[in-house]
Design a binder for this molecule. Structure first.
Ligand code: ADP
Ligand code: MG
Length: 235
């Protein structure tokens, strides 16, 4: 599904250069639930932004579902991103002036899905994250954990082949974090491939594979028996 080879990312600021990714190679198969761990500044977000087609890289190759996305145009990149990737950010990135339902329908507007189908699919995605009863709330009327669940619904509404999350629970308390991890496990059980960055070892325990990152390179790659959370109850 995801296959990167010798990816290098160099940031240039004035005369300074910083190698954030140092020839990283990695493959992720369909159905995996992978966590990426590592100290602050080790390149986790840089890697996720590249995997999520949000940023470019300097050398190496990236195949996504068999397509070489290493040197495609920005338009094509945006098209593939909208179709194949759902991305969840630590800061939620919701539209404050839109209600919950409108936020989740947004990717379908870009994806040119017919109006009637947009609402059906958005409601379905919101029910999956336990927010079927919050459709008309504004985003400032709901809690942080609910905001992140809206962001997850928005990320999955296009039925992407992979869901990516960069420290999705970094701003949430431990109870709410557990809710989010339970939703991820449910989605993964249903077949969604997930890649998640975290710096909390307890969160990595819920995933099937953990990649340890250090100084822009893979340090360790381990497959685990994940700690299970019970199925999501709608609350
Ligand atoms: P992590 O997510 O693991 O904390 P990042 O990928 O954000 O790490 O950063 C890796 C390195 O690249 C850090 O040294 C960081 O300061 C640097 N970096 C990240 N983004 C930029 C940028 N846009 N411009 C310059 N340097 C950056
Ligand atoms: Mg980061």
């Amino acid at each position: 599904m995801i296959e990167i080879t010798d990816i290098e990312k160099i940031y240039r600021m004035g005369g300074e250069t910083l190698t954030a990714l140092n020839k990283v190679s990695l493959s992720i198969q369909e159905g995996e639930f992978t966590s990426i761990m590592g100290p602050s500044g080790s390149g986790k977000s840089t890697l996720m932004n590249i995997l999520g087609l949000l940023d470019r890289f300097d050398s190496g190759q990236y195949f996504l579902n068999g397509t070489d996305v290493s040197s495609i145009s920005d338009t094509e990149r945006a098209h593939i991103r909208n179709k194949e990737i759902g991305f969840v950010f630590q800061s939620f990135n919701l539209m404050a002036r839109m209600n919950v339902l409108e936020n989740v329908m947004l990717p379908l507007v870009y994806g040119k899905v017919p109006r009637k189908e947009r609402k059906e699919r958005a409601v379905e995605a919101l029910e999956k994250v336990g927010l079927g009863d919050r459709l008309n709330h504004l985003t400032n009327e709901i809690s942080g954990g609910q905001k992140q669940r809206v962001a997850i619904a928005r990320a999955i509404v296009n039925r992407p082949s992979v869901l990516m999350a960069d420290e999705p629970t970094g701003n949430l308390d431990s109870k709410t974090t557990e809710d989010i991890m339970r939703i991820f496990q449910d989605l993964n059980d249903e077949g969604t491939t997930i890649v998640m960055v975290t710096h909390e070892p307890e969160m990595a325990e819920y995933t099937k594979r953990t990649i340890h990152f250090r100084d822009g390179a893979l340090q360790k790659d381990e497959y685990l028996v994940p700690k299970r959370l019970s199925k999501t109850e709608v609350r």
